[in-house]
Design a protein around this ligand. Structure first.
Ligand code: SF4
Ligand code: SF4
Length: 207
């Protein structure tokens, strides 16, 4: 066996291990087995964003079944989902595609944040920060944080006056009553993520 052949075989083994671990993460985050999807396409037929997604929701499930996970984690399709859950409601086999997309986003943000398109990472971070601070979205703060991170300062600026006059853009934030509980949830997630990183560092023998 040549050196090149053994290197490429080692790379495919590493990829297979990484994919198995991502599948296990998906299973533990959602409790769903993607193999249950029998590709009927009812989810995509009802998806409001299907026309915009390079990969439709049933194709995302198929890519998971075929272990083509890398292309999912760097594709913008998973970030275009609105979370409306129409796909989950329509699925005759209780696959719950919306929950799978949600888990894929988290995995993509953790596994390869640098490979996410910059605008997606910026929006994801700004969105989570708003939820942590107020328990809901404060649109003005979200837009400001997103624009500062991406440098897209004047995109869509012409929409602002109409949004203000129609009361769609509050100028000061309002937190929900249970904000302390929301912050506790964020803290618990952070602690769980640190504990899991420490565990995998020990497992890999890293110093
Ligand atoms: S949750 Fe996402 S994938 Fe499912 S129907 Fe809504 S937009 Fe489409
Ligand atoms: S509706 Fe359910 S079973 Fe049908 S393609 Fe979508 S996820 Fe798969």
């Amino acid at each position: 066996m040549t050196a090149d052949t053994s290197t490429s075989s080692e790379t495919s083994k590493q990829q297979a291990r990484a994919h198995a671990s991502i599948k296990a993460q998906l299973k533990s985050a959602t409790g769903i087995n993607p193999a249950q999807c029998y590709q009927c396409g009812k989810c995509t037929a009802g998806c409001l964003m299907a026309a915009e997604m390079p990969l439709k929701i049933h194709q995302i499930l198929r890519a998971i079944q075929l272990d083509q996970i890398d292309k999912l984690l760097t594709d913008e399709s998973i970030w275009l989902c609105l979370g409306c859950e129409t796909c989950s409601t329509r699925c005759p086999n209780e696959v719950e595609p919306a929950r799978i997309i949600d888990a894929l986003r988290e995995i993509a943000a953790q596994e390869n944040p640098k490979e996410l398109p910059r605008y997606i990472n910026a929006f994801h971070q700004a969105f989570l920060k708003q939820i942590m601070r107020h328990g809901r979205i404060f649109e003005f703060g979200l837009i400001a944080a997103y624009k500062l991170k991406t440098g897209r300062l004047f995109d869509d600026v012409s929409q602002v006056p109409a949004m203000l006059t129609r009361g769609k853009l509050a100028l000061s934030p309002r937190s929900i009553d249970g904000i302390k509980d929301i912050r506790r949830i964020f803290k618990a997630c952070e602690d769980a993520s640190v504990a899991s990183d420490n565990k995998s560092d020990k497992g890999s023998g890293a110093p």
